[in-house]
Design a protein around this ligand. Structure first.
Ligand SMILES: Nc1nc2c(c(=O)[nH]1)N[C@H]1C(S)=C(S)[C@@H](COP(=O)(O)O)O[C@H]1N2
Ligand SMILES: [Mo]
Length: 517
């Protein structure tokens, strides 16, 4: 019965590799469904890839693909995995070993990635283990079946062969269907453990101290500016989390420790039962380009962060509030800013009356007005350590961004949009400006590099929020350029010097070109 080694047709070998990959991913996804959706090896590897990506590439990805950067990463990973698996299959036309080696390496990568995630319990390692076992098992099993068939058919006894082509195809199809079902099952299971139901159980949050109502003339939305408050679903989103951390309120707690007299641990109900305040804050990302969209405003609801810190008894010499998210991301904020009553830093649990949306940090996040998000706004926050700058280095600081990052005074033109065509005659220009913690004093606008004209400002809501502006020019038919610049309440005029986002935020004036007819 000893057949000479037979080679599988290349396409069959390639298919074997891809099928084994599909089974491995689906098995991992299914097991992760019982534990935590982020234990899925595919997602864990993707998350690890984000943390390992050099900062220039990450910046490029965010600039080029915007919110789709994660989708691009997942699709790119899928393409690479399929290609490598197919190649491993083809390399295994005679013997299964090359395929087994490659699938084992994928499995090990999944194990390492899950192991490295700080938000996952050790039992989560079962998910990549399931991937490894199922992937290798599938590959070896299908390979044996296909080889038996190939051997039988070259011996010209295909009609008596123990394994017919039909059997091989059926086995392959069965495996594919099984993988699909397992993957979908994992997805469904993970859904039941996700934070959505926990969030839904909270209901509306009513602060004891409401923010003042937003005056009607606080925005010029009718002229093309954003609405003063950003709807939760439109609030810009920036984070390194490939899959949104799912934290249920009953599982959440916040540890406050380090250079403090009494270490504290708060449960969700402890926070909810404290005096809830509401503050209107405009948040901005350091990755916002001049004219960019990473700026939004909301009514945050939460507790006063300075109160929590003071109650813990901060020791002399402490400089940094080092915060950690459930997914391991970290941020370092100056303690002076967190404690400054005029800034009103918060541990926030709500936005615009609702519990925080899951992608914006549910159950709780930090908000320190006036600082870029990466040094002030940790989402899914679970740990606050009072420390020194020397003792701890946060995620983006280690990757070349600045330690201190106050938001820079900026302004943006929203209407007309760049390259719009509008009727000649009187043209209205409208936009926004922000200088959080300082306040906007004036916005100046000029047409075609002529003299600056002072714009009409919206009613001020507070120094920590954006301000809208508008003005108008008489414009002849043709192509024109309009430029804006803000002056803040410290007397500083927004610089025209262009700087990129790294290391501490972009600068320069926003200009757009439009045509009149
Ligand atoms: N856990 C976690 N928190 C995070 C980040 C992150 O990557 N992970 N990104 C920060 C950055 S860079 C910004 S600008 C703000 C954005 O908050 P948003 O997504 O709610 O707008 O969150 C901050 N908090
Ligand atoms: Mo950011």
């Amino acid at each position: 019965m000893d057949h000479p080694p037979q080679r599988l047709p290349w396409w069959e070998a390639a298919l074997l590799g891809v099928l084994a990959l599909a089974v491995a991913l689906a098995a991992g996804h299914l097991v992760a469904g019982f534990i935590a959706s982020n234990a899925s090896p595919y997602l864990a590897v993707g998350n690890a890839a984000i943390d390992l990506t050099p900062v220039e590439l990450k910046d490029f990805a965010v600039r080029t693909f915007g919110t789709y950067d994660k989708l691009v990463l997942l699709s790119g990973m899928a393409l690479v995995l399929v290609a490598v698996s197919a190649a491993a299959g083809i390399a295994s036309r005679r013997r299964p070993l090359p395929g087994i080696v490659v699938i084992t390496m994928f499995g090990l990568a999944g194990l390492v990635a899950v192991y490295e995630r700080p938000d996952l319990p050790p039992v989560a390692l079962l998910a990549p283990t399931a991937s490894l076992v199922a992937g290798v098992g599938t590959f070896a099993g299908l390979h044996r079946l296909a080889r038996t068939h190939a051997a039988a058919s070259t011996n010209h006894d295909s009609d008596r062969a123990a394994v017919s082509r039909r059997t091989v195809l059926l086995a392959g199809a069965g495996v594919a269907v099984g993988a699909g079902a397992a993957g979908a099952g994992g997805q469904l299971l993970a859904g039941t453990r996700d934070a959505a139901s926990s969030r839904a159980a909270i209901g509306r949050l009513i602060p004891a101290r409401m923010a003042p109502a937003i005056p009607a003339d606080a925005d010029f939305a009718k002229l093309g500016t954003p609405t003063f408050l950003t709807a939760n679903r439109d609030f810009y989103r920036v984070d390194t989390a490939l899959s949104v951390p799912q934290v249920r309120t009953e599982d959440w707690s916040l540890r406050l420790h380090g250079m403090v007299g009494n270490e504290m641990r708060y449960r969700y109900t402890d926070i909810r039962n404290r005096l809830l305040v509401e503050r209107t804050v405009t948040m901005t990302c350091v990755s916002n380009e001049v004219g960019g969209t990473y700026v939004s405003t909301t009514n945050f609801i939460g507790v006063d962060l300075a109160d929590l810190l003071r109650e813990s008894g901060i020791q002399p010499g402490a400089e940094q509030l080092f915060s950690t998210s459930v997914d391991g991301w970290t941020s370092g904020s100056p303690l002076t800013a967190a404690l400054d009553p005029s800034r009103g830093a918060m541990l926030a649990i709500g936005m615009n009356g609702e519990p925080l949306p899951i992608e914006h940090g549910f159950p709780a996040r930090l908000v320190i007005p006036g600082l870029y998000g990466y040094v002030s706004a940790t989402k899914w926050v679970v740990d606050l350590e009072v420390t020194t700058w020397k003792a701890r280095q946060a995620y983006w600081l280690k990757r070349g961004w600045a330690q201190q990052a106050p938001i820079k005074t900026e302004s943006r033109i929203d209407a007309p949009k760049g390259f719009d065509t509008v009727p000649a005659g009187t043209v209205r220009i409208a936009g926004i400006a922000w200088a959080q913690h300082t306040g906007i004093d004036r916005v100046e606008v000029r047409l075609d590099n002529k003299t600056w004209q002072t714009a009409t400002l919206s009613t001020e809501v507070g120094p920590n929020t954006w301000r809208m502006w508008w003005t108008e020019f008489t414009v002849t038919p043709g192509t024109h350029q309009v430029t804006c610049r803000a002056v803040d309440k410290s007397g500083y005029t927004q610089t025209d010097q262009r700087a990129g986002t790294v290391p501490d935020g972009a600068t320069g004036w926003h200009s757009i070109t439009f045509t009149t007819r």
